[in-house]
Design a protein around this ligand. Sequence first.
Ligand code: NI
Length: 177
Amino acid sequence: MAILKIARMGHPVLLARAAPVENPASAEIQRLIADMRETMADAGGVGLAAPQVHVPLRLFVYRLPPRPGGGGEEPGEEGVVINPEVEPLGEEKALAWEGCLSIPGLRGLVERPARIRYRGLDGEGRVFEREAEGLEARVVQHETDHLDGILYPMRMRDFRYFGFEAELARFAAELTR
Ligand code: NI
């Protein structure tokens, strides 16, 4: 496995529409998935899309933090989504802070549909469909946007809520009051 170089905002690969993965079982795709997982873990991200590692294909990996549960440590959920399709469920929107490994150090407040249904292929190339809300819904939408050349600031409506992580940590409570 290898840690891959992450493209940062300004690199054209992040603005292009990525192509569908033709053969998820191929050695190249399986190696890419393993390398992306390692790269995401190394960078401390919750999601990483192939265009962020200079590969213009429709695939992303994610890793949700453990849910605070009764008693023990529930492990976080990890996944691979190939050729995703996302549809909102209902009209409800959710507002939350997002960051991106391609836009290091910054955070922005982004509104997105609160609940979604998404389908695609998993890491073994099996078709799946599921519904999501909360962080999973947000990560899936953020990562699928990467496959269409969309970065989260392009979804923002109010740039007062865009800033450096360190400053926001000090002033966020004040900002959103
Ligand atoms: Ni991102």
